[in-house]
Design a protein around this ligand. Sequence first.
Ligand code: HEC
Length: 170
Amino acid sequence: MFKRSLLVVAFAFSMVSVVSAADVSVSEQTFGCVLDWPQVRNTRINHADPQQLAEAMRIFKDSVPNTDYPVGTILQLVPFEAMVKHPREKFPKTNGWEFFALDISAAGTKIRDRGDSVVNLAQGKTCLSCHQPAATFDFVCEKGHGCAPIPFNDQAIKALQQADARCAKK
Ligand code: HEC
């Protein structure tokens, strides 16, 4: 009886902490033409709040270690993959990052998979398995943060971004 009431209390507390953390909701409308987002080196960075965007860009640009990206930060390297920052309690394994695998077309974005266990189709590995070594840089791989390399060089990444089917033809 005592044990059960403890459990109930623990559960109630866990609910409170989940609800009280300011969270970001992500839908297919969150994503769009990657060319519309500001860029640091290869990576497209977005945040709904301009000040937090500037902060995220600074952390990325200077590879600041042991610093959390602001909740709400979105990162994209290739148009069909994304990382979105939530409060850490939501995805403790990734310090709050949620990985996304996207199907994109001229009609827009479809979320194929999301969470902290998403598998990358080309390599059959979880996103986290590659991004884990960069934990000191809040799981951002960039170059030189210890992640296993992806099969795209800088030119290929640029070409993939420019071929994003969601961008209006100019
Ligand atoms: C084989 C290892 C590997 C896998 C698997 C992988 N990544 Fe990455 N990821 C990298 C590397 C390395 C970079 C940096 C590449 C560069 O900047 O040239 C990167 C960069 C990124 C970036 C840009 C920010 C950063 O960390 O530099 C995002 C966003 C990203 N990956 C998301 C994902 C998602 C989502 C998945 C799963 C669907 C995934 N990645 C799977 C290795 C991987």
